[in-house]
Ligand binder design. Structure first.
Ligand SMILES: Nc1ncnc2c1ncn2[C@@H]1O[C@H](COP(=O)(O)OP(=O)(O)OP(=O)(O)O)[C@@H](O)[C@H]1O
Ligand SMILES: [Mg+2]
Length: 334
């Protein structure tokens, strides 16, 4: 398989690394088609987009007509000889901000329909972060429309693969209630894969183990640290601001936050306040209700059973150690 290049930081491209297990999953899907829709969720910056883009190339090599859209970035890739499909995607992407996002998200459904009508036998739809583009309230309806393609196609097909990626933990509950999708979690990179990415970064850098301990294998944080000249405090401060960890919020939940910083599974206890859990999930600080570490349930390598140094509990985990650090800093500052 051709390995794609990915933008990592300004002036630095990296080659796709690791994710053998997650790519294997795509191969399986290609072989037997997806039913129902596959929704993959995971910590922000864990590498969902990178994996989906690499999957697009993999599926192309397997003879699929592939449409990949990333509406928030107004980006698409179409591997098909149907020119009309490419033209309509380009037109949608060229729309003004605010219109392009929604159009791209909804267009993939129409275009998949079109490809099936034209008797294309193998079709793959990869939708990246669509829920943010269309609004979280529309997520379930969107997934149902995708399922419609699989269940009631306008003509027969041989294979169809439909995958959606999202970092929005809250959409999980909404979608999980229905039979329209299978949800698989993805985690940050395992250490070996993370090392392959780390090795591609030029210049002087802190030892691998130090970077691993603060990022927990999150490739986006590796990029952030590189851009911040490895200043961990700066990156934590930025997360603190981005997550609006203001004194009021911290004061209100202090005892629980203190416990969760020590061990995120504290939030799994029956008396942990649901409102706080929802907030931490909505702000993409924690992943709640982590699945059992059964390979079949995960898109790719699961996290360890429990690793308090990385902020990973059995059922609840900080998205990365730096997400936890941002909360710790907020607790100290308030
Ligand atoms: N397997 C990988 N090989 C090489 N680079 C990777 C890999 N996974 C992620 N990266 C790099 O790490 C950064 C973050 O990855 P990516 O954008 O795929 O994460 P994400 O989970 O889609 O994030 P978000 O939650 O913001 O959508 C990107 O710069 C990407 O190029
Ligand atoms: Mg992404």
């Amino acid at each position: 398989m051709e390995r794609i290049k990915l933008p990592f930081a300004s002036g630095l491209e990296v080659e796709f690394v690791d994710r053998q297990l997650a790519l294997k999953k795509v191969e399986e899907w290609a072989e037997r088609s997806t039913y129902p829709v596959q929704v993959v969720f995971g910590p922000e910056g864990c590498g969902k987009t990178a994996w989906l883009r690499q999957s697009a190339v993999l599926l192309r090599e397997l003879g699929f007509h592939v449409i990949y859209v990333d509406p928030l970035r107004k980006y698409f890739e179409a591997y098909t000889d149907v020119k009309e499909v490419v033209r309509r995607l380009a037109d949608a992407a060229a729309e003004v901000l605010g219109v392009a996002e929604v159009k791209l998200a909804s267009l993939v459904i129409d275009l998949a329909d079109e490809l099936i009508r034209r008797r294309k036998r193998k079709i793959a739809i990869l939708a990246d972060d669509v829920f943010q583009a269309i609004g979280l309230g529309e997520a379930a309806k969107y997934v149902k429309a995708l399922l419609g393609l699989i269940e009631y196609p306008p003509a027969s097909y041989e294979k169809i693969v439909v995958v959606v990626a999202t970092s929005e933990g809250v959409t999980r509950r909404e979608i999980g209630r229905h039979r329209w999708a299978d949800l698989s979690p993805m985690w940050n990179l395992p250490k070996e894969g993370f090392k392959q990415l780390y090795d591609q970064i030029p210049g002087e850098k802190p030892p691998l183990d130090d970077v691993w301990r603060v990022t927990g294998g999150n490739p986006n944080l590796l990029a952030e640290l590189y851009k911040a000249k490895w200043n961990v405090g700066n990156v934590a401060d930025r997360i603190m601001e981005r997550k609006r960890l203001a004194p009021g919020f911290v004061a209100r939940w202090r005892p629980w936050l203190e416990k969760a910083v020590e061990d995120p599974d504290a939030l799994w206890s029956p008396d942990a306040p649901e409102e706080l859990i929802n907030e931490l999930e909505a702000r993409n600080l924690i992943v709640y209700h982590l699945s059992e570490r059964d390979l079949r349930l995960w898109a790719g390598e699961p996290p360890p059973e429990k690793d308090l140094e990385l902020g990973i509990g059995r059922r609840v985990a900080w998205q990365t150690p730096l997400h936890r650090e941002a909360v710790r800093k907020a607790l100290e500052g308030a």
